[in-house]
Write a protein that binds this ligand. Structure first.
Ligand code: GLY
Length: 560
């Protein structure tokens, strides 16, 4: 009897763990798109309903986000996409921006070697060579099943019809209005006095999209659009030339693939740090049964934090554009190495980042960038994250072409040891060089369980992207949450330096924080930022799809 009393809770727990979690997000039979705006999700879903595959939907969704979500959706930025075809084949494409041909290591330093304020973050000097159009065209050429016109026409129609201003969008536009005026003058489109419910039309963007529809990649990187774009950037003091645009190429890259318990994860390889860092975090946690510690319990937060601390320290030192630097993948992802990294971890006491590295920096959180997830009715999956870097990028807006330009040059380490706008301290591996791609944190990820598609996930959030994606996967797999619950759940973040944990405003009690503090964890009490805005899809046991559209934004799942 005594033994039974002891075993019963364990049995109940194990049985509960095996119960399939009931969905709480949108459930559809066949296909789904989850993005930051309903308009973009619908365009992607409609493409698939008309017979297009997930890759066709990706082309249309990516471009539709440039219209419906100019905060991060873009033609003037770049991104990464990871795919898994229904036959299990996986791959990835890097359409990250790159440094212009005239770029050099010290381009953002003054004569005393100090970083020049704002030069890599605001205005034309911050702009890297955009990659988005090359990315979607390459995807279409390799995997598309419908003509480009079928994919771009609905996007052009949306640009002409316009997009309604939501409460959240108005807050963002208002927040950045001063910068729009500072960079572009007071007659700029986004300096107008908008109200919730207004419709913003994008006739100039529709014209640019028409050039892409008619001429494909050359409609953006050569001819009229390229001439206007390069002259505009240079007139404003920037560095991107016609030659830079002509030379830009998206690159197919093998994703980072690793096992975690019965899962197989497929995530983006460098120049995004996402895949390597998430691989390290999961592998450092794997020896522990985090599922039994309880969701967001002090023990699970400790374990996650210590793994993240060590993984971010490696990220910042070793990672950069693999075409320019040798990344020691075999060491960084080796089980023994990762075991050794955690050898001094104890649940009794926090490790010190100063013992792992050094530096004193401020983190500036951000929810910029945007992620979308797609699954088609044949089971092909797309996980794509795209960005202008900051909200509305460099704030430089081409009135003539109808889109914002990125400030992605800030993702390089302008000066090793000095933090970028996300508080990330970079090293030599991520220093600036002509045509080099800047290191990213974007973590578009696809998860298999027992050989079958299980989850498609990703998020914006700068340096917090990696931890938000990892926590969402843990929420579903280890803590039995539905996709929507996993996306909604409160998140926390640690990135090695600064050596403190950030918590979202709700969901973490004073008692929990006190317990962590008593073990030596520093908690940033001043700021409780929003961490990530995850858009994800889970494949249910019956084959249906559950969407997780983040409550933190206007994010919406659409499917059929
Ligand atoms: N610009 C944000 C990132 O690439 O991680």
């Amino acid at each position: 009897m005594r033994r039974l009393i002891f075993i019963l809770p364990l049995l109940l727990f194990t049985t509960c763990k095996k119960q399939p979690t009931q969905p709480t997000g949108l459930v559809t039979e066949n296909a789904m798109v989850v993005t930051a705006r309903a308009e973009a999700s619908k365009i992607g879903s409609d493409i698939m309903e008309k017979g297009g595959n997930a890759f066709d939907a990706m082309v249309a969704t990516e471009l539709a986000l440039a219209v419906a979500y100019p905060y991060a959706g873009n033609l003037g930025g770049g991104g990464f996409m990871v795919y898994r075809k229904n036959n299990g084949e996986v791959g990835g494409i890097d359409y990250r921006e790159k440094a212009p041909l005239s770029a050099h290591k010290d381009m953002y330093l003054d004569s005393l070697g100090n970083v020049i304020s704002k030069m890599s973050t605001v205005g034309a000097t911050a702009v890297g060579v955009p990659g988005t159009v090359a990315g979607v065209i390459a995807v279409h050429e390799k995997f598309g099943s419908l003509p480009l016109s079928d994919l771009i026409e609905p996007v052009i129609a949306l640009a002409r019809k316009g997009v309604i201003v939501t409460e959240k969008q108005l807050q963002r536009i208002t927040h950045y209005k001063e910068s729009f005026v500072e960079v572009n003058g007071d007659s700029t489109k986004f300096a107008q006095p908008f109200s919730v419910g207004d419709t913003i039309k994008y006739p100039k963007l529709a014209q640019t999209l028409t050039q892409i529809l008619e001429k494909g990649r050359d409609g953006f990187y050569k001819g009229e659009v390229a001439e206007k774009l390069s002259s505009f950037i240079q007139e404003k003091g920037g560095f991107v030339t016609m030659a830079d645009l002509e030379k830009y190429e998206a690159k197919w890259r093998d994703p980072i693939v690793f096992d975690y318990k019965e899962l197989k994860m497929i995530s983006m390889s460098p120049p995004s740090s996402g895949g390597v860092t998430i691989n390290q975090i999961f592998k450092m946690m794997e020896p522990h049964d985090i599922g039994s510690f309880g969701h967001n319990s002090s023990k699970s937060i400790q374990l996650f934090t210590e793994a993240a601390r060590r993984a971010y320290a490696d990220r910042n030192y070793f990672l950069g554009d693999p075409d320019f630097v040798d990344i020691p993948f075999d060491v960084l992802l080796d089980d023994t190495y990762l075991e050794e990294r955690m050898a001094d971890f104890s649940f009794e006491k926090a490790s010190l980042s100063s013992a792992i590295g050094h530096g004193e920096v401020e983190i500036l959180e951000s929810s910029e960038t945007t992620h979308y997830s797609i699954v088609d009715d044949a089971g092909n999956a797309i996980s794509a994250t795209t960005t202008l870097n900051g909200g509305y990028g460099s704030k430089l807006y081409s009135e003539d072409l109808g889109f914002f330009l990125n400030n992605e040059m800030d993702d390089f380490s302008a000066k090793p040891g000095v933090p970028n706008m996300f508080g990330l301290i970079g090293a030599e591996a991520n220093s600036i060089a002509p045509e080099k791609r800047m290191l990213s944190s974007m973590t578009p990820t696809i998860v298999e369980k027992e050989g079958k598609l299980y989850m498609v996930v990703g998020t914006p959030g700068g340096s917090t992207i990696i931890t938000a994606v990892a926590q969402t996967i843990l929420n579903v797999y280890e803590f039995n949450q539905s996709m929507q619950e996993a996306v909604n759940s409160p998140r926390f973040h640690h990135q090695w330096l600064p050596d403190h944990i950030n918590f979202e405003p709700e969901g973490f009690s004073k008692e929990l924080k006190d317990e962590l503090k008593s073990k030596g964890y520093n908690i940033d009490e001043k700021r409780n930022p929003v961490i990530g805005k995850v858009d994800a899809i889970r494949v249910l046991e019956n084959g249906k799809l559950e969407g997780g559209a983040d409550r933190r934004g206007d994010d919406t799942a659409v499917g059929f």
